[in-house]
Design a protein around this ligand. Structure first.
Ligand code: AMP
Ligand code: MN
Ligand code: MN
Ligand code: MN
Length: 292
């Protein structure tokens, strides 16, 4: 499969400190500018609050910006993520959706705190600062609090021992359905993209069903190129995109500069036979500088 390279750096999946990233939107855009990113989407979990300042910084740096978000969804008892690219943040249905998901998130973190207490830990002390911060509260915040308190060595251990599916302090969430997420994204003028399909531990058959339902309900794309996708994962995502007529999206899922395996800014390289999501977004790359 020959990658189709376009002379543009595009990153359509990134996080700031408005959810579980560590950089402010402005710092994120500065890093994107250093990496010569031409098209950037800020896709914080279940919020668009960082998009105004990211847009402003992108204007300064001449980067094309897409206000976006990554919505949490539950399908057959599993958590799925759906990226909404180029949404209008003020759309009433989207605002209401994000408000209600935030309430679910607060209740979930509180329930996680109670479970941590039952594990003999200071649950209230661990989750207090998570709930006090203005951004979207996530399990990654709780994981970082467990690391800071010396309960676990690193975030990975926090998920393995406490927060991951089936672990001691896990609270299975009941997020909105994929249909509801697609609808709210579409009403906000955005394109719904199934995020990181390789991470769901679904069988090949279940993934095919998911993608065909996703398309039927108005989904526009699927992520086909992300760090951490091995060749087999990438081939499977590409085949799902072709089979279900979904456009291919890509990004870094950047959260923090300390994790070099998710570097901000990617070259747009898609396998043959896939419509780049950038085409649906009307993006045209700037001319690459000619050698002198
Ligand atoms: P939540 O949306 O509250 O369920 O939190 C999930 C977030 O935690 C994801 O967006 C990831 O950034 C992070 N995460 C999930 N699993 C892991 C893991 N095993 N190791 C590190 N981070 C994780
Ligand atoms: Mn995250
Ligand atoms: Mn995700
Ligand atoms: Mn993400």
């Amino acid at each position: 499969m020959k990658p189709e390279a376009v002379d543009a750096r595009v990153d359509l999946h990134t996080h700031s400190d408005h959810s579980d990233g560590t950089l402010t939107p402005t710092q994120l855009v500065e890093l994107a500018a250093q990496r010569a990113v031409q098209l950037l989407a800020l896709t914080d979990h279940d919020t668009t609050t960082g998009c105004a300042s990211a847009a402003e910084a992108c204007r300064t740096h001449g980067i094309q910006f897409l206000p976006s978000c990554e919505l949490s969804s539950t399908w057959r008892g599993r958590e799925l993520h759906i990226v909404g690219l180029r949404v209008a943040p003020d759309t009433p249905q989207l605002v209401e959706h994000l408000r209600s998901v935030r309430a679910l998130r607060v209740a979930r973190v509180q329930a996680i705190g109670e479970r941590l207490t039952r594990c003999g830990l200071d649950g209230a002390g661990l989750i207090g600062p998570v709930l006090a911060s203005p951004g979207t509260p996530t399990r990654l915040h709780v994981a970082r609090a467990l690391v800071a308190a010396g309960v676990v060595a690193d975030v990975e251990d926090a998920f393995k021992g406490y927060l991951g599916r089936g672990q001691r302090a896990a609270v299975p969430p009941a997020w909105p359905t994929p249909e509801a997420c697609i609808e709210v994204i579409t009403r906000a003028g955005g394109l719904a993209v199934l995020a990181h399909p390789h991470r769901y531990k679904l069988s090949a058959g279940a993934l095919r069903e998911l993608c065909s339902q996703f398309r039927e309900h108005g989904g526009a794309g699927i992520e086909v190129s992300l760090p951490g996708m091995g060749p087999a994962d990438a081939a499977q995502a590409a085949s799902l995109a072709r089979r279900c007529a979904l456009a291919g999206s890509l990004g870094s899922d950047f959260h923090e500069p300390g994790l070099p395996w998710r570097p901000l800014g990617r070259w747009l390289k898609l396998p043959d036979g896939i419509t780049p999501i950038t085409q649906l977004l009307g993006f045209t790359p700037a001319e690459a500088p000619q050698p002198a």
